[in-house]
Design a protein around this ligand. Structure first.
Ligand code: PLP
Length: 495
């Protein structure tokens, strides 16, 4: 199977090249030229399989230049007991008769980004071998909080790679920052950017498309790549857990094959919910995809009206990993819904970069309505939802997950849809201790990582091992840069 660009379908490259490049040279996103189809027999074959086996079987459908054995070996490394605190890897927790939670934070950094970022470095290392690459790949990451840590954890000391992470200076939680600035590994770098996530992401995109910088770096022996969800190697491992959740619901007897399931996903860059869309397109019986935003509600408006307008106030919220106004992966959805019309997609993206706004065709509007429902949840309701879930189910959820739960409830109230629904839980509550404590009526007594103990005392929930270990760790990085100076940071890092 070949991959092509959402902005130019005449580009055809292998999966290994797509993983290595991250982003197409024309600025488009690399996307499979066809979407493999799965059927009842395929799903049945996965029901009794372990998560690692499900991963290899699903990914092999797309990565035809990797063997299934190779992918299985990667999955065993990525999701083994030294990395994940449950052998289920991505367990589905039953909340009530028609509501389930897909828990994606059992990995080393306690956020769902591990699901993809434990796989990506292995896919990339293999891609370097397969394409005979002799340069060192430097991964540039813009993070809204969770990607940076998960990417460094995945890439630390991986041969022939370096990784530089940019995060918004005052836009991440204390635990998230502590996780990043204490990262170990000889090949990692971390820098705070004065600005918000969109500033960091724009800076990284700017460096990627800067011909001069690329040439300078090439002379020094480096090529750039991305670990953001614009890289296909990020999206694909995420498709797996939607299929896996469906299998788990069959296994537990909660559904039988063919029954539709809705997924509700707390959304930022649109990567996670795009993976759910690919699962649906592959033939998994999925009903509505419910897109949950915080008060950065650009996607809610888009899904309701077909107009994407980023010209609005950026809000810093208690769910920082969703504080995003430019959701990059929407481009892949538009590409698919437009019948793979690269000219149309390029037109929208040009308008977005020039005017910050575009309106999709009537055909796309209709397609969006049929498949998606969008809603958002403000700060106060996020806190109330955490408290309500804790009281009603004794289940402590994080701030991002709470946004999903609230929007799922809005959806049910508005539509009366009683379809079995799985909401996606993307982070451990321990990553956002201060807000979670306040939400359940406890005054945070300290700040930073000290709050882990307090949350443990009041909730009784075990602190993830790696977060507990943060308390004894030294800060290794202390670099801050203005957003226009990100180029210089990269050039210094790759001396
Ligand atoms: C990244 C992230 C999200 C948003 O996921 P996207 O794929 O960017 O839409 C939601 N919750 C948490 C905890 C995250 O880290």
């Amino acid at each position: 199977m070949k991959y092509y660009s959402t902005r130019d379908t005449s580009v055809r490259i292998s999966a290994a090249e797509a993983v290595k490049m991250g982003l197409s040279r024309d600025g488009g996103l690399l996307t499979p030229e066809a979407i493999p189809q799965i059927d009842e027999a395929f799903i049945n074959s996965l029901v009794d399989a372990r998560y690692q086996e499900r991963t290899a079987k699903v990914m092999a459908l797309y990565l035809t230049d990797y063997s299934e054995e190779e992918l299985l070996a990667f999955a065993e490394n990525a999701y083994g007991p030294d990395k994940f605190d449950t052998s289920a890897v991505a367990p589905v927790r039953k909340v009530d008769e028609t509501t389930h939670c897909l828990e994606l934070w059992h990995g080393p950094t306690s956020a769902f980004k591990d699901m993809a970022l434990q796989m990506l470095p292995q896919l990339l290392s293999a891609a370097l071998r397969k394409t005979g690459e002799d340069k060192t790949v430097c991964i540039l990451v813009a993070t809204s909080g969770d990607t940076g840590k998960a990417a460094m954890e995945g890439f630390a000391d991986v041969p022939q790679t370096k990784i530089m992470v940019f995060y918004p200076k005052d836009g991440v939680s204390a635990v998230q920052e502590a996780q990043m600035v204490t990262q170990e590994g000889e090949n990692v770098g971390v820098c705070a950017v004065v600005g918000n996530f969109d500033d960091a992401q724009s800076g990284v995109k700017r460096i990627f498309s800067d011909v001069e910088i690329r040439k300078t770096l090439l002379d020094r022996g480096y090529v750039l790549s991305s670990a953001n969800s614009i890289n296909w190697g990020r999206i694909l491992p995420q498709v797996v857990y939607y299929i896996s959740a469906y299998c788990d619901l069959m296994k537990s007897g909660d559904i039988t094959y063919g029954q539709k399931v809705n997924f509700c996903v707390p959304t930022g860059n649109f990567g996670d919910i795009l993976a759910a869309y690919y699962a649906k397109r592959m033939g998994l019986p999925v009903g509505k995809l419910i897109c949950a935003s915080n008060c950065n509600d650009v996607l809610t408006d888009f899904l309701r009206k077909g107009v994407y307008d980023r010209n609005r106030t950026f809000h810093t919220t208690m769910s920082p990993s969703m504080d995003i106004l430019i959701s990059s992966n929407l481009e892949r959805l538009l590409f698919d819904l437009s019948g793979e019309n690269d000219v149309e997609v390029k037109g929208y993206m040009d308008q977005l970069s020039k005017e910050g706004c575009y309106e999709v065709s009537d055909a796309i509007k209709a397609a969006l309505k049929e498949r998606y429902w969008g809603g958002y949840c403000g700060e106060e309701d996020t806190a109330k939802t955490i408290a309500a879930y804790n009281t009603k189910y004794g289940y402590l959820i994080d701030t991002h997950t709470a946004v999903a739960v609230n929007v799922m409830e809005q959806y049910r109230a508005e539509t009366g849809d009683e379809t079995t629904t799985v909401f996606v839980s993307t982070a451990s509550p321990y990553k956002f201790c201060n807000h979670v404590l306040s939400a359940i009526g406890e005054e945070p007594k300290a700040d930073g990582v000290e709050l882990l103990d307090q949350l443990h005392e009041v909730s009784g929930v075990t602190v993830p091992r790696r977060l507990a270990a943060l308390k004894g760790k030294n800060r290794r990085f202390d670099l801050t840069a203005e957003k226009q100076d990100m180029e210089k940071v990269v050039l210094d890092f790759l001396k």
